[in-house]
Design a binder for this molecule. Sequence first.
Ligand SMILES: NC(=O)c1ccc[n+]([C@@H]2O[C@H](COP(=O)([O-])OP(=O)(O)OC[C@H]3O[C@@H](n4cnc5c(N)ncnc54)[C@H](O)[C@@H]3O)[C@@H](O)[C@H]2O)c1
Ligand SMILES: O=P(O)(O)OC[C@H](O)CO
Length: 338
Amino acid sequence: MSEPVGNKVAVLGAGSWGTAFSIVLADAGNEVSIWARREEVAEAINDGHENTDYLPGIELPHAIRSTHDPEEALAGADVVVLAVPSQSLRQNLPTFLPHVQPDAVFVSLMKGVELGTLKRMTEVIEEVGDIRSDRIAVVSGPNLAREIARREPAASVVACADDDVATILQKRMHSQAFRPYTSIDVLGCELGGAYKNVVALCVGMAVGLGFGDNTTASLITRGLAETARLAMRLGANPLTLMGLAGLGDLVATCSSPLSRNRTFGEKLGQGMTVEEIYASTRQVAEGAKSCSSLRALAAKNGVECPIVDSVDEVVQGRMTTSQMMESFIARNPKPEIE
Ligand SMILES: NC(=O)c1ccc[n+]([C@@H]2O[C@H](COP(=O)([O-])OP(=O)(O)OC[C@H]3O[C@@H](n4cnc5c(N)ncnc54)[C@H](O)[C@@H]3O)[C@@H](O)[C@H]2O)c1
Ligand SMILES: O=P(O)(O)OC[C@H](O)CO
């Protein structure tokens, strides 16, 4: 990526994070065009400067415009930010790709692993778009959308195989409240982001069952060990997992009532079924799908992942949340560090 000639960013997906991240981009001096799947969301953003469905009560900067037309959103944009649910990325890309500028750089905000293919989101973009990996970045960190939209200070990681591209993107998204660090460990950042959602589901289940801080801290810590085990087997830098896209995001998501994944788990712990929870919200809890893909990825690579295995069993309705907690304690004793 050469130094940008324009300053337009297209954000594809007008959910909570696509909209909150648009505020960061606008504050950092970019002109932002958000593609919204539903026309009424685009109209609310243009007419009232508010995403009434996903970020009610937050006034959006006037540098943010929205459209239902992908061609209009992408026209003139040298940075293309993808913020749709992970499992819908593959089906959405063919609608977007014909309108992307030839030299544009892609940024994935998504935190999931595709069911079936077991691919990370940057891998799906690379494959479907036939795009070189050094033009695809990921942004991941402890970034709960509503807090970012309120401009509460937070840090994150922008990772790309090409360090120069990561540095250019870092400048494009560094605002008064948002501090991005660069990295070349795309794999570590993406796995950290996808895995913490499953751990947050598990922590939520424990909270829903009425357990306290010893339980949640134990799950967070063993969840991090599990994440690092799989990520390192696949080639990630272990220090990435100790950083913002690993531990940082894990702590934020597992601790916050704003987290959709933790809330989903909490409802399971309180006795709701998966179907009842899906019917009660429009927002995505990525971990409820990625528990299956991460489980398969771990099995394929011979990595032991009891938390992901058990969360998947609960989500599939083959184990209760109480049985899951009992099974963790009953596992064969072993050293903490192997
Ligand atoms: N919300 C956060 O705090 C946050 C922070 C960091 C990363 N993320 C990640 O960002 C991604 C997007 O999450 P979000 O929080 O914006 O989700 P969301 O549930 O708030 O919004 C999802 C958006 O995608 C649209 N959508 C739903 N199904 C679709 C489909 N089949 N095709 C196209 N669009 C569809 C919805 O209309 C909505 O605009 C997820 O991978 C999530 O893990 C979210
Ligand atoms: O609301 P969640 O659980 O999707 O988590 C949001 C972000 O990923 C936190 O960094």
